[in-house]
Design a protein around this ligand. Structure first.
Ligand SMILES: NC(=O)c1ccc[n+]([C@@H]2O[C@H](COP(=O)([O-])OP(=O)(O)OC[C@H]3O[C@@H](n4cnc5c(N)ncnc54)[C@H](O)[C@@H]3O)[C@@H](O)[C@H]2O)c1
Length: 313
């Protein structure tokens, strides 16, 4: 997003804040002013005081949905407490609009296609945290006149995504496995459907979320016009990477079909699903093969051991 803004709206400076727990310093462009801070505990008041900040894109999160029941405290700190810090500063410093990336995880056991008007019903602490953040932001809108737009992205993938974390980003996990001569793994029968969206297609819509009057105080699903089962996605990626063995593991606690309604994203954000899955996977794979051999994210100790899947033990 920072890259998109600097390239397409160069009249804006971008100040980036990230604790680098799941991101990498070398992914940050040189013309982005970068501060390494942990939003769950560090102050950011100085950044707001020293700059005339118009829009805040709050993307930071630890988005490991399936892992979240085993790291509840970490999940709520990195997702909910960190959001409270951002919201406090947005209120205090009177910014023009906060764009928050929530998640399709808020829908949980809802009936697909998931619609923005549905009552959220998350099935894991990550979804609960995102829903709580949404509610907190809406309350700040009512009581403190904070302007906001809440985006619920659906399985975004692409270049610069973290492929070194074994708990999240299924397509990245498979690419890491191919690079390390391991088989692709699928939880359950692989018939669960996801609505994959290529990151580049989401960037101008995110900018529109911040800047268009029509997006003020709106909740909008983003992405996911086409649906794919994980089994088919694995087969397609196998084609792209020149072949891969596919192994099926035990079923985990997850939503069967996470498919959104998307008309609002077309009407309000001008979202266009330009990049088909094969094309997007090819671009991401070409990027992934050029990446350095970074250490893989692994939890030394879960907060709750009970029920941890054998493949994560
Ligand atoms: N990628 C998807 O498919 C998807 C889907 C739904 C929602 N989202 C949401 O969109 C946002 C961006 O997702 P992404 O895929 O780019 O994730 P990402 O992990 O690549 O980016 C999140 C960044 O937040 C940083 N971070 C984590 N905890 C932090 C903390 N306490 N303080 C400061 N920085 C912290 C990480 O280092 C990382 O760079 C997240 O909020 C995620 O929940 C993503």
């Amino acid at each position: 997003m920072a890259e998109w803004i600097r390239s397409n709206r160069p009249e804006y400076q971008v100040i980036g804040v990230d604790d680098l727990s799941g991101g990498y310093r070398d992914h940050v462009r040189e013309d982005v002013v970068f501060h390494q801070r942990d939003l769950s505990k560090d102050t950011i008041d100085d950044l707001f005081s020293a700059n005339d900040i118009r829009y805040v894109f709050h993307f930071s999160a630890y988005a490991a949905e399936g892992l979240s029941p085993f790291i509840r405290m970490f999940n709520y700190n990195s997702n909910l407490v960190a959001t409270a810090n951002v919201v406090n500063n947005c209120i205090q410093h009177g910014i023009e609009r906060l764009v928050f990336t929530s998640s399709m995880a808020v829908y949980g056991i809802g009936e697909p296609p998931f619609d923005e008007a549905d009552l959220p019903n998350p099935i894991d602490p990550y979804g609960v945290a995102k829903y709580a953040c949404e509610m907190d932001i809406r309350i700040a809108g009512e009581q403190h006149q904070l302007d906001w737009c809440i985006i619920r992205p659906h399985n975004v993938y692409g270049c610069n995504q973290n492929i070194w974390d074994k708990y999240r980003n299924v397509l990245g996990i498979w690419m890491y496995k191919k690079l390390n001569n391991e088989p692709f793994t699928i939880f359950g029968d692989g018939l669960q459907k996801r609505a994959f969206s290529y990151v580049d297609d989401c960037l101008e819509p995110l900018w529109n979320a911040a800047t268009r009057a029509s997006c003020s105080r709106q909740i909008i699903n983003l992405g996911g016009i086409t649906h794919t089962s994980l089994k088919d996605a694995a087969a397609l990626l196998s084609e792209v990477v020149g072949g891969a063995e596919i192994v099926y593991l035990e079923q985990r606690h997850e939503v069967k079909n996470a498919l959104p309604s998307y008309q609002k994203s077309i009407d309000l954000l001008d979202y266009v699903d330009k990049t088909g899955l094969k094309d997007g996977l090819t671009q991401m794979w070409n990027w992934a093969r050029q990446q350095p051999d970074r250490p893989r994210m692994h939890w030394e100790k879960y907060e709750v051991e009970k029920g941890v899947y054998t493949f994560w033990k």
